[in-house]
Structures are given as C-alpha cells and as structure tokens.
Ligand binder design. Structure first.
Ligand code: MF3
Ligand code: CO
Ligand code: CO
Length: 254
C-alpha cells in the first residue's frame, strides 16, 4: 500500500471530519466527572456524532461494538466502554474517530478527574509534550521516523517508556492507511514527508514498562503489564507546503 497524497477536495472533507471529532471530545469534557460510567460516556459521544450527521468509525470495525475507546489509568488504549465508574483522581483517555461524508478524522486526549496526583499529572503533561515534539518534525522533506525519534527521546529523558505495540497511521480516506507512524524510531528513518499526506500521531507513554497485554475477556482493552499508568494524546495531521496543520487541533486545549 502506498501513502495517499490527498487532493484539495479530500483535505477539506478530512478537515471537517477532524473538526467534528475534536468537537466531540470538547463536548464530553463536561461529563467526565466522578460517578459516570464509561459506557454512558460512549453513548453521549455516539449521540453527538450522529446529531452532526456522522458515524463513529470504531462501531463495527473488526467486530468492535462501541463509538469510542475509553482508557482509564493503566489502560493503554482500546479500552472498551463498560460499567467502570469514573472516580476522583483518575486519568482517562477518550478516543473518537468520525466518518463524515466518507472522510475520517481521528483524535484522543486525556481528562484529569478532580484531584489527580502530581505523579499522574506529570505523565499527562509529558505525553502532551511528546505529541507536540512529534508534530514539530512534520514538514516536507523530513523523514517520518524523526517523529518517533524525538518522542522516544523525550519520554525516556523523563523516566517513561513508549508503547511500541500500537502506532499512529495514515488516515482520511480510510480508518487506517499507510504509513504506519511508529512512536519509537531511528533518526532519519522511514519515508519522506510530502504535502498532502494525512496521518495521526498518537503516542502512548507508560510510567513503567512499555509492554501491554490485551484483556482476554473483551479482546480489546490493552493494559500495561505492570499495572502502572499510561497516557495518550492524538491529532490528525496534514503535511502542508511549509509544515503541517493539525486538523483536530480546533480548541488549542492540547
Ligand atoms: N481510534 C483508534 C486509533 O487511534 C483506533 C481504535 S480501533 C478500535 O487508531 F477498533 F479499537 F476501536
Ligand atoms: Co488513530
Ligand atoms: Co484514535
């Protein structure tokens, strides 16, 4: 599979879908409070996406049944919404991908619930920094691998580890396209970035070991093997003539 260079028309579609995904995360903010279940949050997200004329890309994707992935605390990613009750001190990731007029936009962010420990807060902040350092590598002519190179460098410098079992990906025409965006990579490795490429950067950073294990009961929820915390932020990025545009960075809140 080759990396798709999007046309102006396609980019406009992906921009709209990305905006709606960002708006969904913004809308959920008021509800991510102690007492709500992750399944209730998923329903709220689904209703919001549908009300705006879109579908959730995860629903029915490879048998996945929900409109979001909701990943609290030691859940790395692909957390299946269920009867888990949100509590004070939790750090929670919500990931939403919209399909609007056939185009995909993908984003996720952390929510800090009430009084979060300084230890957890620092992990969230460093993960956000990792995403932004990765984005700063996004310009035509640069190697894709430099994104993962700077992300890993920053995480390790802070005593954390980078998940390598899940990656970012091309996005826009389909949910997961080429290229695979590794969050650990060698300097100056991988394909050259070109204007019109659209892909996600979505580093998952662990407080302890990098390895994950998938829940045997639901087949999706990926947790850290050591039970320590994990955080993630994700933007859909467009490579432009001069650098990049973060298509899901609508509210500038991460
Ligand atoms: N939105 C996730 C991503 O960032 C993918 C979730 S796929 C699912 O790539 F099937 F787990 F929902
Ligand atoms: Co993604
Ligand atoms: Co996502």
């Amino acid at each position: 599979m080759a990396i798709i260079i999007k046309t102006a028309e396609q980019i406009e579609g992906i921009r709209k879908s990305s905006r709606l995904a960002a708006e969904t995360l913004k809308y959920l903010e008021q509800f991510v409070k102690p007492g709500i279940t992750t399944l209730e949050l998923d329903t709220l997200a689904e209703e919001f996406v549908h009300k705006h004329g879109a579908k959730a890309a995860t629903k029915g994707y490879k048998g996945y049944k929900h409109s979001t992935c909701i990943s609290p605390n030691d859940v790395v990613c692909h957390g299946v919404p269920n009867d888990y009750v949100v509590k004070d001190g939790d750090i929670i990731n919500i990931d939403v991908t919209c399909i609007l007029d056939g185009y995909y936009g993908d984003t996720c962010r952390m929510y800090e619930v009430g009084n979060v420990s300084p230890y957890a807060h620092k992990l969230v902040e460093v993960t956000k920094e990792c995403l932004h350092l990765g984005m700063a590598q996004c310009k035509p002519g640069n190697h894709l691998g430099n994104i993962g190179y700077v992300i890993n460098e920053h995480a390790v410098k802070n005593g954390y580890s980078v998940v390598f079992e899940f990656c970012g990906h091309g996005v826009g025409i389909r949910f997961h396209e080429d290229p695979q965006v590794d969050h650990v990579a060698k300097k100056d490795s991988g394909p050259i970035l070109r204007p019109g490429m659209t892909f996600t950067i979505e580093p998952m950073i662990n407080a302890g070991k990098a390895r994950c294990k998938v829940d045997r009961k639901d087949g999706w929820t990926a947790r850290t093997i050591d039970g320590k915390l994990s955080a993630q932020f994700e933007h859909t990025i467009l490579i432009t003539e001069t650098g990049y545009e973060a298509l899901t960075d609508v509210f500038h809140d991460f």
